[in-house]
Design a protein around this ligand. Structure first.
Ligand SMILES: Cc1cc2nc3c(=O)[nH]c(=O)nc-3n(C[C@H](O)[C@H](O)[C@H](O)COP(=O)(O)O)c2cc1C
Length: 333
């Protein structure tokens, strides 16, 4: 099934392999795309990946994880992003982008968060967001979505995982508010609602979430699915399932360690999912989709090591995949 196509709204994936968002911290302080980003995403598209979701791209300068994050807070970012989206599509993959605000995990002078509670380590204690701050960030997500559409991406992923701002609201461990936003889903709801006003209905809207915090009192697959169920009617099409990142705990990681979480979220929300986590072999990826743990599988770090993994390993599945013509003389028989 891994090499079967997948249709969702206007997107047609030639296979079920996804390159998940991975920050490359290779932008300059202006947040603009550099030649590195073009080469990086182009190589994975040539390498046969079905869907590429561009790394966390910040909706505001103060929402950057680092000052070398890609940005989408200004129209001046659109031309560079357009180049990335079009190069991905040119080489046969679907182009997605992840938009994010890092909240208390932003390495900036004045980070903000739902509550004045630091992440730990050398992270600063954030200022508790006022309602005006919240409105401004919701608007920044909306503006980012408009720019992503203009740049030509066909899939928009909202980063609601890994302890960044949206997740900080969702988790009872980081959200200690006493106003209406103590219901952490409210912030997510407002972000999704604002985005759906500008993101075209025919394009795919995805949400990445952490489905487990591995600590008492944190988010679980059940509680996160409840949150998703409260917002999905606004227009969520796909859930990208990850875990952890909001508190400093050790994650018990093994090959495919988050696939069970993807399966649960899929069952509890009825939405298609992307699953993964230390999936380095296509055999495991095949098992993940054929056992219906998830609809699509992400391969992260292994694609950093080997951009051409998909085209080179397809032959192990007796799949006659379209090999880049320019490289045919190097193809293993
Ligand atoms: C260098 C690097 C950067 C990452 N940046 C992001 C990111 O921008 N957004 C995100 O949601 N996850 C990010 N992740 C997590 C990956 O998307 C993926 O979920 C994780 O690496 C687990 O998959 P893997 O075991 O196949 O690598 C990053 C991971 C790595 C290794």
């Amino acid at each position: 099934m891994l090499f079967q196509s997948f249709e969702l709204k206007n997107i047609h994936l030639k296979n079920r392999v996804v390159m998940p968002p991975m920050c490359m911290y290779s932008a300059k302080e202006d947040g603009k795309v550099t030649p590195f980003h073009i080469a990086h995403y182009q190589a994975r598209a040539i390498g046969g990946v079905g869907l590429i979701i561009q790394e966390s791209t910040s909706v505001l300068p103060d929402g950057r994880i680092t000052t070398h994050d890609l940005g989408i807070w200004d129209d001046a970012h659109i031309p560079g992003l357009k180049q990335v989206a079009s190069i991905i599509k040119e080489f046969g993959a679907v182009a997605g982008i992840q938009i994010n605000h890092a909240g208390r995990k932003a390495k900036v002078d004045h980070p903000v968060g739902p509550s004045a509670l630091g992440y730990g380590g050398d992270y600063k204690t954030p200022a508790e967001m006022t309602k005006k701050d919240i409105q401004d960030v919701v608007l920044a997500f909306q503006e980012a979505a408009r720019r992503a559409d203009q740049a030509g991406y066909d899939l928009l992923e909202i980063h609601g995982a890994h302890g960044y701002l949206i997740f900080q609201f969702l988790s009872p461990l980081s959200n200690k508010r006493t106003d209406e936003y103590k219901d952490g889903t409210r912030f997510l709801y407002e972000v999704v609602e604002a985005i759906t006003k500008v993101w075209p209905k025919e394009k795919v809207l995805a949400l990445r979430i952490s489905a487990h915090e591995y600590i008492e009192g944190g988010v679980t697959p059940e509680t996160i699915s409840e949150a998703i169920n409260r917002v999905k009617h606004l227009g969520l099409d796909l859930i990208d399932v990850s875990s952890g990142g909001n508190v400093l705990v050790k994650i018990p990681a093994y090959a495919g360690y988050q696939l069970e979480l993807a399966k649960k979220v899929k069952a509890l929300t009825g939405l298609p999912t992307i699953g993964g986590g230390l999936v380095t072999e296509l055999e495991l990826a095949e098992y993940a989709v054929s056992s219906k743990s998830c609809d699509l599988v992400y391969l992260g770090r292994v694609l950093l090591r080997d951009p051409y993994l998909v085209i080179n390993k397809a032959k192990d599945f007796n799949i006659d995949i379209t090999y880049p013509e320019q490289y045919i003389r190097g193809k293993k028989s």
